[in-house]
Write a protein that binds this ligand. Sequence first.
Ligand SMILES: C[S@@+](CC[C@H](N)C(=O)[O-])C[C@H]1O[C@@H](n2cnc3c(N)ncnc32)[C@H](O)[C@@H]1O
Ligand code: SF4
Length: 421
Amino acid sequence: MESVFRWSQSSRLKPLLQSRSYNGVMSSHALTTPPLSLYVHLPWCVRKCPYCDFNSHEFGSGKGAAAPPFAAYVDALIADLDQDLPLAWGRTVQTVFFGGGTPSLFPAEAIDRFLQAASSRLRFAPGLEITLETNPGTAEHGRFEAYRDAGVNRLSFGIQSFDDGCLQRLGRIHDSREADAAVKLAQDAGFDNINLDLMYALPQQTLAMAAYDIERALALQPTHISHYQLTLEPNTLFAARPPQGIPDDDGAWDMQEHCQAQLASAGYAQYEVSAYAQPGRQCAHNLNYWRFGDYLGIGAGAHGKLTLGAEQAILRRWKVKHPAAYLAAAASGDIAQAIGGDERIEPARRPFEYMLNALRLVDGFALAAFEARCGIDRAAIAAPLEEARQRDWLQIEAGWARPTESGRRFGNDVIALFLPE
Ligand SMILES: C[S@@+](CC[C@H](N)C(=O)[O-])C[C@H]1O[C@@H](n2cnc3c(N)ncnc32)[C@H](O)[C@@H]1O
Ligand code: SF4
């Protein structure tokens, strides 16, 4: 994913959620079935980046390094999808996202085989968005055409920076020249819907350097830019030994504001904490997450969320994290072993989980959408909504709740108001 949950997964919020139980009354409302997406996790990378806490596993490169078992993994994905199908009977898939890891390590035939299998099992909406995450260090001539022929129509490049010093400090396998070349190769292959991932507040980065990264990104005319503040995630090399010269919060905020203005004047409107798009080019897949839509999660460590209309329940299901365990489950013939766990999102937890997503959006959410997606009457959240309004974190008008600028800056504090008591 384009790192959609980064601030929402704050380690500060997790213990709070686990330690509190809800005593309030949840007046009920009909839970309606939202749009359905399909997320596919491809978990290998050439090298593990020192800041990355995604479920990604280094397989190495160069002579002697064994390639990941692409064919066996696609077999496992198809078996995994088959076992999840009953959760999505009769529904139409609106978006597909291959995330990682480094999906662009996979040969196009593997992506093609999976998409053919998926579209023969599930109804695909006409012209649906199909995104594949791409590392510029894995770009090869001919590969982009083959991805496009397989049905991929959107690429998301992990660029991070156009400064070679920054790229080195981030442990990336590519340099800025390769980044430019990879994007141009994709454009020449006919891709006209491209996201570039950039990070800011990098070690030894100045405001001018962050602005330069935006300029270089804009010169490539992508349709979408994701602009993430570097986070020191627990259990990463950067968290264990933080690099020198990471800008402080105020410095990072200045970069964010400056880059946001640069992007706005080039026609890229911010629609989410870290996401900017040309008109009509928002990422439909991520929007579905942020609107608390449904998704099947296929692949090692993938998470799914499904609304079960008949039961008026919301189910989360996740898969075992390690690719070896995932592959072993498929090889054993008992794919159920690939399920890491299932849980229902009880009504008391739904407002918090909804806000984790919806409050990332610049436009916020309609109260009617909250009711439909959570199966809970808006009256149940009247008190935290009012508190957020009084603190100037939310603007509430004509049935919509929209984060103010200060609400966006202190997103975690706003969300914490919706924790079950
Ligand atoms: C799963 S990665 C996908 C792209 C591909 N694996 C790559 O890195 O080239 C998604 C994006 O999350 C962002 N990201 C990863 N770790 C981060 C961190 N610790 N702080 C901020 N952004 C991060 C990066 O911009 C990265 O491109
Ligand atoms: S290439 Fe992407 S997924 Fe892989 S380790 Fe680096 S940031 Fe993480």
